[in-house]
Ligand binder design. Structure first.
Ligand code: ADP
Ligand code: MG
Length: 233
């Protein structure tokens, strides 16, 4: 599904620069569920954002589903991002003045789907995360776990091949984290490929593979026996 080779990324700081990614090599197959770990500031979000085409690498190769990403125009990249990728963030990133249903329907708007169709499909996805009755509520009326479930429904609305999650449980209590992880595992059971940044060891062990970043490179890449989250819910 994705192949990365010799990826480098620096950020300018004043007159110098901070070399964050120093030659990342990574392959992910369809159906995998991978945790990206590393200490704070090790470049986890930077890597995930480059994979998600929210940011660009300075050098290196990145092939996503057979497509060489650096050859894409900005416009093509945007189309591809909408069609192919779903995102979940620690802070949910819902739009405050839109209802749960409208939030979930938004990516479908960008795909050019008609209003009636996109609201129907959005409701289907809200049902899947158990929030149909909350569809007309605003984010501020929802708990953290509910907000993250809306965000998951939104990420899945356009049926992306790859789901990218940056600390999806970072703002949630332990029990709610496990509920969200049970959802994410279920998606992976259904075949969705998932890449997830976390700094929590117990959350990483709910994935099938863990990569660890240190000093700008992947210093460990191991398959793990997936701990099931539903047993804690
Ligand atoms: P992590 O997600 O592992 O905590 P990040 O990828 O967010 O790490 O950041 C890696 C390093 O790059 C950090 O030192 C951070 O301060 C720096 N950094 C991240 N984004 C930017 C940016 N847009 N401009 C400058 N420095 C940045
Ligand atoms: Mg981060």
């Amino acid at each position: 599904m994705l192949q990365i080779h010799e990826l480098h990324k620096s950020y300018p700081i004043g007159d110098s620069s901070l070399h964050v990614l120093k030659g990342i090599d990574l392959s992910v197959e369809e159906g995998e569920m991978v945790a990206i770990m590393g200490s704070s500031g090790s470049g986890k979000s930077t890597l995930l954002n480059i994979i998600g085409m929210l940011d660009e690498a300075d050098s290196g190769d990145y092939i996503l589903d057979g497509l060489t990403i650096k050859d894409l125009t900005e416009k093509k990249a945007a189309v591809y991002r909408n069609k192919f990728l779903g995102f979940i963030f620690q802070s949910f990133n819902l739009i405050n003045y839109k209802t749960a249903l409208e939030n979930v329907a938004l990516p479908l708007y960008y795909q050019g789907m008609k209003r009636k169709e996109r609201l129907e499909l959005a409701l289907f996805h809200l049902e899947k995360v158990g929030l149909a009755e909350w569809s007309h509520h605003l984010p501020k009326e929802l708990s953290g776990g509910q907000k993250q479930r809306v965000a998951i429904a939104r990420a899945l609305a356009a049926n992306p091949k790859l789901l990218l999650a940056d600390e999806p449980t970072g703002a949630l209590d332990t029990k709610t984290s496990h509920e969200i992880m049970a959802f994410i595992q279920q998606l992976n059971d259904e075949g969705k490929t998932i890449l997830m940044v976390t700094h929590e060891e117990d959350i990483a062990n709910m994935c099938k593979r863990i990569i660890r970043l240190r000093d700008g490179v992947i210093m460990e890449d191991t398959k793990v026996n997936q701990v099931r989250a539903e047993q804690y819910v």
